[in-house]
Design a binder for this molecule. Structure first.
Ligand SMILES: CC(C)(COP(=O)(O)OP(=O)(O)OC[C@H]1O[C@@H](n2cnc3c(N)ncnc32)[C@H](O)[C@@H]1OP(=O)(O)O)[C@@H](O)C(=O)NCCC(=O)NCCS
Length: 196
């Protein structure tokens, strides 16, 4: 799914306020604290609550392995002023049906400043620009307007509604589905028409 460029753990993306970098073992305490909050976990399909430390360690190992294999790209969000500090995660990975999916979470103290839109846009660009991707999908719970706004900011279009397995919630949840294909992504990157 991803090329050699992203498969090495020196890979980084710089945005206006963030570094997106590979997660590492030393991020475990930050993940435990931030993703351990119910408000974060309950919106996601895969973060259990309470969140055991062993689960976090296994997650960090797993995403590094997938990054190295090019089977996905999961990146930590770090403030540019403090690149070692993890404040959230953005990931591209094969979804239930194998089609590439975008997922993310941000620690609660950092909500409300548009940071995830900034990070998700960069991850989406990496997928289409570096991985030559054709289409991305995403899903958000009906009671998650902030996530829907993040997807809209990245150019995702609504693609219906479905019941989706949320294993960490132990149930299926109704979600709004979203899709962004290569043509849609390219149209947002088209050079502005020259002034007459
Ligand atoms: C979803 C999440 C990543 C958003 O990150 P964020 O950087 O804080 O996003 P913002 O606070 O800038 O909000 C994004 C937009 O949603 C809007 N928004 C936030 N809360 C809202 C609410 N309760 N109702 C309506 N709009 C809301 C914001 O005004 C903003 O709008 P804008 O794009 O017009 O500026 C973060 O809330 C989070 O991690 N939530 C828990 C985990 C999660 O939901 N993951 C995604 C699973 S699909």
């Amino acid at each position: 799914m991803f090329p050699d460029l992203t498969r090495d753990d020196v890979f980084r993306i710089e945005t206006r306020r963030l570094w997106l970098r590979w997660p590492r073992a030393a991020d475990a305490p930050a993940v435990l604290q931030l993703a351990g909050e119910r408000a974060v976990a309950e919106m996601t399909a895969r973060i259990p609550h309470p969140l055991p430390r062993a689960e976090v360690d296994a997650f960090l190992l797993d995403v590094r392995k997938r990054n190295a294999e090019g089977a996905g790209l999961t990146l930590a969000l770090s403030p540019r002023s403090d690149p070692r500090r993890l404040i959230g995660i953005v990931g591209l990975f094969p979804g239930e049906d194998g089609a590439p999916e975008l997922g993310y979470w941000l620690g609660r103290p950092h909500w409300g400043s548009g940071l995830m839109a900034e990070a998700a846009l960069a991850a989406v660009d990496a997928y289409f620009a570096y991985a030559g991707g054709e289409a991305l999908q995403a899903a958000a719970r009906l009671d998650n307007p902030a996530s829907r706004r993040v997807l809209a900011a990245c150019g995702f279009q609504p693609a219906g509604r479905a019941r989706k397995a949320f294993p960490a919630r132990g149930t299926e949840v109704t979600v709004d589905l979203y899709r962004l294909d290569r043509a849609g992504w390219l149209s947002r990157h088209a050079p502005a028409a020259e002034a007459a």
